[in-house]
Every structure is written in structure tokens, then in C-alpha cells.
Design a protein around this ligand. Structure first.
Ligand code: ZN
Length: 699
């Protein structure tokens, strides 16, 4: 239920050769053996400048032609990808400096305390190739033997129901998550969701996209390698991979596509409170209720995200599918789970396959891979070390004041929306006033009272990387299962990795969360001008607040319960406004193969960007001598990003946010202040007529 302004997805890479004509026309040649395609600006308002190498030095548009490239030209044309990375951006630059600081701290033996011991030991275990090589693929081999020897559905059920599998976070046929109950946000609820699909999106099993094909090829290569490492022949490995795919293809028919699951109109269908007895009668063949109970996952509040998936499991959980299901569990456990966590040969093979998939030519340094691993496994200890060392309470205070100013402006804006009834406006303001503000770092973490129970030793103490991973997974299981049937502690944040360069709105508690990481670089500086901080962190804050009122936020009340507070008439009027933005976005071509911006899929994020700019410009209008040029340039520079074509094509398919260059150009052009500042005229590519701007007004 979180909305991120930036998706740190594991994305890909491709090669794109590019030549440019004059400013009026563009010629693109994709070096793929196909005939080169020509495109002109008549079809493409702006070149997709998020792709590395796409903007040549000679292309120097005016701000009226392409504001994003005009602002970021020198950065875009000189940006390079770090080894092992598929993108570089304003966000990744901050992320890199945080990472460098934390790597230095993890290597610093003078750092004291339990958190420091944990992260330092885990980091050292990851980097100790001698120790990892002496363990080899033993853990993967054991898992392979255990799953392979399940001889009946009953034995499979016993395996899936065991506390060992659940507490150690081993791949299963269902997933659980503990969060605030969307029907009574005062209490925690156990959410049950479908098993993970190795191609991420059920749509891929109906019709494989280019991204899906790249992922499948890499998954297959890793699976084949690991299965042979644990003793299979090449043809035995292939047979297991084919069987696993059969199961995934069959269950995918019952699982919403990624796009379906994220559309606001499908939110209510994903709210299905159930009891264990109801689960038993809904699922007589796949005994999920008793599996949960056996694993000590006993909750007064259960929510089944996707009842249709459970229907599918009841159709497929039979003796005739046993080998297919086992094959799926083997691939997720042995290949996906262990390839990067076994010995050096397996890790290097995984890197080679991923790099080939992503078009990456140089490996990330081992220290960075080890950091990424520690960051995933021990985010809270790492975040506390970061906060103690690098974040001041003054920052927290300053940002809180900026947020209060922006909220005050939102209040004025909402009260002035005359197309809304008095009743809806009053509810909106009530929700705004109840919003919880979380800045920089929490006062308490979910593991504050228990982290001393987790101990990770060194190699000389007999610890291995795999034993450490199991300890951490079991510790996490104890943490989340212990809060079942208790009241939600509002001091604890939904995402506690606050050194991330990110911010989010949490609809389940009506909170905005501006994390320490995003306050650690160019987006906020205590001594920057008002224009710079409003164009940077100010618009991020405005974006997150807007999620309380967007098509998703409209479904949740001020306390985080799924309960619409709009009148039907007002919501219809709002939906009509949103539909015009969706249509407008859908009309914009973003890749030369004809791919259009998916306006529907990205609707809430687009509207959040629009609302943010609107409210900040309202503040600007009240500021004497406001420097609009400086402000708009910061608005465009904060979205600077280049990535490989594969990376961008993955984002177009998977990310709910518009591409970064669109978040600059397509948003600023919706505001008269932009056109007044730069004097755009009819015929300019950034130009929109006042009538069109009026037509596209959301707030
Ligand atoms: Zn957002």
C-alpha cells in the first residue's frame, strides 16, 4: 500500500546506436540487425532522453523545445554507468554516496555496538570466498534432496506446513505479509497472497514480452547451472525446468496481471477478510488454513488478497501435478535462492548471466554486492548506524516545518475546489489534518526491543553465510508473527530502511514518510534557496501528500481504513478529470517502436506530480520575487536519468511512475507559470494552449 516516488527495480540493459540529424528531425538506428527506422518530432514530442547515448552532444534544444534536455544536456551527454549498474540518475548519485559511507563504516573495526557487530560480521561472511568455497553448494544440495524426495501430496503439505520452511522464509506456494488491517487499521492483519511468479507478471505466461523473454532466458540459464551443480544431468535439469514452467503457466491463469492488480478500480476486489473456517471451506484441496496454523501463523484477522488464485490452487494441488509443483519449488529454492549465496563459482556464474541479460560489461565490485546483500538482510541495523552518524535533528525539524507549510497550502487548495461538494471538501481537509508526518527517521524500530536476540558470529566461531541467513530469516519471522493479534504501533514505520533515497505515502495509516536518504543530497540542503528546496524536496513532499487524495487514496479514510469518503457525484467528476489526463498521456509516443505512454497504469503517480507542482506554484505566487527559472530548472534536473534501453523498456512495462523525462516535460507544460517564464509559443514542442491546460486541470 506504499507509493514510492522512485522504484529501485532490478533493471536491465541494451545497446543502442544513435545518430542525429538537425534539430528538426531525428534519425534513430537500433543496432539489432533490423532495418533502421526513421522518426521525426512530428510523431515524438520529445526524444526519450532517459536512454543512455540517445542525446548527442550536437542536440541542443531550447527550453521551449525540450525543457528536460535543455536543463540536463551536459549531464546527460557525459553520464556514465557505474560497473554493474544499468542506470545513473539524480537519485543514484545520492544512493552511491550513502553506499560509499556505509561500506566504509562496515570496514571500520572501531565502530561499536550490537548493530555494528551484526552488519560487520554479515558483510565479512559474504566476502569470505575461502569459507564460502569450502561450503560449496551444500545447502542447495540439501534443499534439492529434501524437495525431490517428497513422494505424495500429503508429504508436500507437511513440508509446506512446517514451521521450519515458514520461519526460514523458504519458497512456498503462498506468501504472507503482516500489515495494518485495511478494514480496521488499529490492528495488524495477516495478508495471504499468491506465490511468486518467476517472470513477475502473470501476463508473461499468456504472451511473452521482450522483457519477459530476457528474464526467462536468464532464469533458465541460472536454473540449468545450479541443477547441474547439485547433480542433475543437462537433460534432467531441462525436464525440471519444463515441469516448473507448466505449473507457473497453469497458476498464472488465476492471478491478476501486474497492471490489473494496481488499478484503483480493482482495489476493493483485493480486500477479502476471511476466517480459518471460511478458508477451509473455500480451499478443501489445498489446506492453507491448517498450513498457516501449523506454522504458528494464527491471527484473528486474515485477508485473502486474491480468492481466484485459491480456486486455482484447489484445481492444481493434485497428485498429477505433484512433480510440476516440486519442480517449481526446486527452482525457486535451489536456483533463485542459492545461486548467489553459495560458492564463488556459482556467484560468478549468476553475475555473468545477469550481466549478459542486462548488457552490463563490467562486474560490480564485490564490496558493493556484499553491501547490497547486507542492506537487504539487515536494513534496520544498517539504517540505525546511518542515522546515528549522518542525520541531524535540525534536518528533521526543518523538513517538518516545510511539510506544515505545504499542508497549509493544500488546505487552501482543497477548500477552493468548487467542482467538489462542501461535504467532500470537508472530508478531504479532515483527512489532510489527520495526516501523520514521518520525517527522516523514526524514534522506534520494530526490532528495537529484540535485536539483541539476533547474533551473527564469525567464520572462526563456526558461522557460515547460509547459517547467518537462516538466523536472520527466523528472527524476522519471530518479529512479524509476534505482532499478530496486537494493536498497530504507530511509532513504527511501514518501511524502516530510512537510508533509502525515497519517500512514500502509506494509505493504511494516512502518513507521509520522507526518509533520511532523500534528505542526504541535492534534493534538500539547509542552506539552499527557497526555490531550490521547493523545486527539490518540496515537490516530493507535495507528491506524497497528493496520494491521500488520488484515485487510490480516495478509497481510504483518514484512519487508513478502506472506506470511500467521496460522494458518488464528486467521485464521478474527479474520475472524469483523471480520464482526461489518462487520454492525454496515452496519446504520447515514448519509444520509436510506437510504444505509447501507459496513462492508465501510471495515473496515480502522474496526478501526484501534477498536484505537487500545483500546490508549490500556489506557494510561489505568494512569495515576493520568486525565481521561477531557478525553480523550474530544479524541477527538471532532479529527474535526470539515463539507463540502457532494456532498463527503460522494463520500467515502461513495470513501473507505475512515468519515465523521468516525462515527469519533467509533461508536468511543467501543464502550468501557465512555465509558459510565462519561458515565453513558449504555438508550434513549440513544450507549448500547450491555455484551453488545453484548462481542459487537463485535475486540481
Ligand atoms: Zn507516488
Amino acid at each position: 500500500m506504499k507509493h514510492k516516488i522512485f522504484l529501485a527495480a532490478a533493471i536491465l540493459a541494451i545497446f543502442a546506436a544513435f545518430t542525429a540529424g538537425g534539430c528538426g528531425s531525428y534519425t534513430s538506428s537500433l543496432d539489432s540487425g533490423q532495418e533502421s527506422e526513421q522518426f521525426t518530432f512530428a510523431e515524438y514530442p520529445w526524444v526519450n532522453s532517459n536512454i543512455i547515448g540517445r542525446v548527442p552532444e550536437s542536440y541542443r534544444p531550447s527550453p521551449q523545445e525540450d525543457f528536460y534536455v535543455w536543463t540536463n544536456h551536459d549531464w546527460i551527454t557525459s553520464a556514465a554507468l557505474k560497473p554493474g549498474n544499468i542506470e545513473t540518475s539524480g537519485f543514484s548519485e545520492i544512493d552511491d554516496s550513502i553506499q560509499a559511507n556505509l561500506i566504509a563504516l562496515m570496514s571500520d573495526s572501531s565502530l561499536q555496538g550490537h548493530d555494528a557487530d551484526l552488519v560487520r560480521n554479515l558483510y565479512a561472511l559474504w566476502l569470505d570466498w575461502d569459507a564460502r568455497n569450502s561450503e560449496g553448494v551444500k545447502a542447495a544440495q540439501n534443499a534439492f534432496t529434501v524437495i525431490s524426495s517428497l513422494n505424495s501430496i500429503d508429504e508436500l503439505t507437511a513440508y509446506l506446513a512446517s514451521k521450519d520452511v515458514n520461519a526460514k522464509n523458504r519458497p512456498s506456494l503462498f506468501e504472507v505479509n503482516v500489515m495494518a488491517d485495511m478494514n480496521d487499521s488499529e490492528y495488524y492483519c495477516l495478508y495471504i497472497s499468491p506465490t511468486a511468479l518467476r517472470l513477475e507478471d502473470s501476463e508473461e505466461y499468456k504472451s511473452l514480452t521482450e522483457n519477459g523473454a530476457r528474464a526467462k532466458k536468464a532464469n533458465d540459464a541460472k536454473a540449468s547451472y545450479m541443477l547441474q551443480r547439485v547433480g542433475c544431468s543437462e537433460s534432467e535439469a531441462q525436464a525440471i525446468m519444463d515441469r516448473a514452467y507448466n505449473f507457473e503457466k497453469a497458476i498464472a491463469e488465476y492471478i491478476m496481471t501486474r497492471e490489473e492488480s494496481r488499478l484503483p478500480e480493482n482495489r476493493a476486489a483485493q480486500n477479502n477478510p476471511v476466517t480459518y473456517d471460511q478458508l477451509r471451506s473455500m480451499s478443501p484441496v489445498f489446506p492453507i488454513a491448517d498450513m498457516l496454523i501449523s506454522a504458528d501463523l494464527v491471527s484473528d484477522r486474515l485477508n485473502l488478497i486474491l480468492p481466484k488464485w485459491l480456486e486455482g490452487m484447489n484445481a492444481l494441488y493434485t497428485a498429477s501435478s505433484l512433480e510440476d509443483i516440486k519442480a517449481y519449488l526446486i527452482l525457486r529454492t535451489v536456483a533463485d535462492g542459492y545461486i548467489s549465496r553459495s560458492d564463488e563459482a556459482a556467484y560468478r556464474e549468476a553475475m555473468k548471466i545477469s550481466n549478459e541479460q542486462n548488457g552490463i560489461t563490467e562486474n560490480a565490485p564485490d564490496t558493493e554486492s556484499a553491501f547490497t546483500f547486507v542492506n537487504d538482510m539487515l536494513p534496520k541495523p544498517l539504517t540505525r548506524i546511518f542515522v546515528n552518524k549522518f542525520v541531524s535533528s535540525e534536518t528533521k525539524q526543518d523538513i517538518t516545518e516545510i511539510i506544515q507549510d505545504i499542508i497549509a497550502e493544500y488546505r487552501i487548495m482543497l477548500q477552493g475546489e468548487e467542482w467538489l461538494s462542501e461535504a467532500t471538501r470537508a472530508k478531504a481537509v479532515e483527512k489532510l489534518d489527520a495526516m501523520k508526518i514521518n520525517v527522516a527517521y523514526p524514534d522506534k524500530y520494530s526490532d528495537s526491543d529484540t535485536i539483541n536476540n539476533l547474533n551473527i558470529g564469525t567464520v572462526s566461531e563456526g558461522e557460515t553465510l547460509v547459517s547467518a541467513i537462516e538466523k536472520i530469516n527466523m528472527f524476522n519471522y519471530e518479529c512479524y508473527s509476534s505482532v499478530l493479534n496486537t494493536r498497530v504501533d504507530r511509532n513504527i514505520w511501514a518501511d524502516e530502511k530510512v537510508h533509502q533515497v525515497n519517500a512514500y505515502y502509506n494509505s493504511l495509516e494516512n502518513s507521509i514518510n520522507i526518509l533520511a536518504g532523500i534528505l542526504s543530497g541535492d534534493f534538500y540542503k539547509p542552506d539552499a534557496s527557497r526555490e531550490e528546496n521547493l523545486g527539490g524536496i518540496g515537490t516530493f513532499i507535495g507528491h506524497e501528500i497528493s496520494h491521500a487524495f488520488d484515485p487510490n487514496g480516495a478509497l481510504y479514510d483518514k484512519d487508513g481504513n478502506l472506506s470511500s469518503w467521496w460522494t458518488d457525484e464528486d467521485f464521478a467528476a474527479f474520475s472524469a478529470r483523471v480520464a482526461r489526463i489518462i487520454d492525454h498521456a496515452n496519446s504520447i509516443t515514448i519509444l520509436e517502436d510506437g510504444t505509447k505512454w501507459n496513462g492508465s497504469y501510471t495515473q496515480t503517480e502522474t496526478i501526484a506530480d501534477i498536484a505537487a507542482l500545483k500546490v508549490i506554484l500556489n506557494m510561489a505566487a505568494k512569495t515576493e520575487g520568486f525565481d521561477y527559472e531557478k525553480f523550474f530548472e530544479v524541477c527538471a534536473s532532479k529527474w535526470k536519468r539515463v539507463a540502457t534501453l532494456e532498463g527503460i523498456s522494463y520500467l515502461i512495462q513495470a513501473d507505475v511512475h512515468p519515465l523521468n523525462y516525462l515527469r519533467a516535460n509533461a508536468i511543467v507544460q501543464l502550468f501557465e507559470e512555465f509558459h510565462e517564464t519561458y515565453g513558449t509559443e504555438s508550434g513549440d514542442r513544450m507549448y500547450l494552449s491555455p484551453e488545453k491546460i484548462k481542459e487537463l486541470e485535475v486540481w
